[in-house]
Design a binder for this molecule. Sequence first.
Ligand code: ZN
Ligand code: ZN
Length: 248
Amino acid sequence: MPKFEKYEQKIRKYKEKLKKLVTRIGIFSSEEFELVDGELKKLILPCHLGILFYSDFDIDLFRKIKSYLYQVFDSYFFEIRNLGQISFSKKLLSKGVKKEYKETKGINDKLRIHPTNKFYQSLIDIRTKEKLGMIIALTDLPIYSSSDDNILFLFGETHLKHRCGVVSTLKLKEQFYDRQKDNLLFEERVIKEIIHEIGHLLIGFTHCEEKSCVMRFSKDIDEIDKKSYYLCENCKNKLNKIRKDFNF
Ligand SMILES: [Zn+2]
Ligand SMILES: [Zn+2]
């Protein structure tokens, strides 16, 4: 029945198209890391925000991050809580890992890169347990996007639906580029990236074109250094609109 076959082919094409679209907007997750979120409720603002560390970080860094977050997002958070440090179990650590060579040429360092969904599932569980509105993690592990296999070595990513985000410090360190350690510069970059990802969780997916705006997309470290910690007027207006919607 050639007519029927044609129809079937059409449906198959449409299914592929749909799958691609869903992957792009981040709802689809690979079989290995099907995100389970038992308590996904609508976000209510202001909310409680938790910051989790998947490796050793200076306690002072949390204090600095918190102070900048309050400067930028003031009344959006009742509380910004330090959730402390955790690490993945050995079994989970090796799950979904991709092995890639370090980006800089001439060096034969093979890096184990972790999918963002691995962090998201762990963050969803903690967000639910701790009754937080949103949660963000900092890790020194390299990360790749679970929704787009082509993006390796991410600075950070958020999952809007599940209200969580992760920032990887690997490429924020001067040492990654074979330059001398610079702690102040490193902290500046970490803070900007955390503000950027939280900005996504509040304002949404879109990036800003304004040069100094923290919501501008940064393709490399220089672009992070060029932008400020703060939101431009346009992004501030978007944030204010949310405040009005939530009536606070
Ligand atoms: Zn972004
Ligand atoms: Zn902006």
